[in-house]
Design a protein around this ligand. Structure first.
Ligand code: DOR
Ligand code: ZN
Length: 352
């Protein structure tokens, strides 16, 4: 094995479920999953059972991560359109990196359907910290309109459809302050996967057609899409199977442990070049979300060495992956965070 040193990677889009749903994941297991996957700085989303839309709930999370997390963690603040008073504090907080706005239904209770409330959110988030939108199709054109009107840094999360790539490309051409992230599952899977994976392939936004998938790779190639974000969204196996009451499976798939390997596979497959891996998982997210330097932090791996997803189990509490059995490349062998070795020979050695 010939190890190379890369920076500690950044994932700006994870759901670590604490507080409120720690039977799926918590800051300890979620940060272990991050480290196993080469991420040393991750940003947690606000759609907890009690959403992170107040400064009290934000501080609770900050304290929990101090006690439990093994890697660096930041947060996106949430909004239901009625917590505008809380924005000032969140904007000032060094722990907050953006504002997450849900324009489509998904896990959690933060959907903003009222256009007036949505506009209030855009006008009042008076900050360089990005507004991150979950906005599919038509919803995205509204978000782009408002982002332009208020000159906000708009980040389009988990872009998934060809028409959305075109909208972002157009907005960029016009000089709008807009960026986009894509998930590995939207890059690798189409709705065909529902046949074999059933509920395990259900997520928001849903998987699309092959033409959507190709448009996403093309978007990465021409810099319409700026980064890869895992949207690590762990749910238990029970929650992903349709229950006897026919309850629909929960939306979302875990991704922290497979994102980097899938990107090195994309290099092997000739989809991207090796430098792109660092651009999509470090340089661009760092710049766009203004993430501080991580001192004495790095990862060592050999991108030519294959491994099989699931062969050594998972660090994530949910204990499954939609990519189980797939051959990926470049499993992290060493991770050092803030001068402390946390992973050695591919194993986490430094526990809390
Ligand atoms: O599939 C998803 N799962 N999409 C989201 O937007 C939320 C996430 C979750 O929190 O489960
Ligand atoms: Zn998400």
């Amino acid at each position: 094995m010939s190890l190379q040193k890369i920076p500690g990677l950044i994932d700006i889009h994870v759901h670590l479920r604490e507080p409120g749903a720690t039977y799926k994941e918590d800051f300890y297991t979620g940060s272990r999953a991050a480290i196993a996957g080469g991420f040393t700085f991750i940003i947690d989303m606000p759609n907890n059972p009690t959403p992170t839309i107040s400064n009290i709930s934000l501080e609770e999370k900050v304290n929990l991560t101090k006690q439990k997390a093994l890697c660096n963690i930041g947060f996106h603040f949430g909004t239901n359109g009625k917590n505008i008073e809380e924005f000032k504090y969140a904007i000032k907080s060094p722990n907050v990196f953006g504002l997450k706005v849900y324009c489509n239904h998904t896990t959690g209770e933060m959907l903003i359907e009222d256009p007036k409330l949505l506009e209030d959110v855009f006008s009042n988030w008076n900050s360089k910290k990005p507004i991150l939108v979950h906005a599919e199709g038509e919803q995205l054109s509204t978000a782009i309109y408002l982002g332009n009107k208020y000159k906000r840094n708009l980040h389009v999360c988990h872009i998934s459809q060809k028409c959305e790539v075109e909208m972002v490309r157009e907005a960029k051409k016009k000089g709008q302050l807009i960026t986009a992230g894509v998930t590995p599952h939207h890059l690798y899977l189409t709705k065909e996967a529902l046949i074999s994976l059933k509920g395990y392939a259900m997520m928001k936004p849903p998987l699309g057609e092959d033409s959507d998938r190709e448009a996403l790779w093309a978007g990465l190639k021409d810099s319409t899409i700026d980064m890869v974000e895992s949207d690590h969204a762990p749910h238990t196996k029970e929650e992903k199977q349709t229950g006897p009451d026919n309850k629909a499976p929960a939306f979302g798939v875990p991704g922290l442990e497979t994102t980097l390997g899938l990107m090195y596979k994309a290099v092997k497959d000739g989809r991207i070049i090796e430098e792109d891996v660092i651009k999509f998982l470090y340089t661009n997210p760092k710049k766009i979300f203004n993430i501080p330097d991580q001192k004495d932090t790095y990862v060592e791996l050999d991108p030519s060495i294959p491994y099989i997803v699931g062969e050594n189990k998972y660090e994530s509490k949910c204990d499954w992956s939609p990519f189980e059995g797939m051959t990926l490349y470049g499993k992290p062998q060493t991770v050092v965070i803030n001068g402390k070795k946390i992973l050695e020979n591919g194993m986490i050695i430094n526990n809390k």
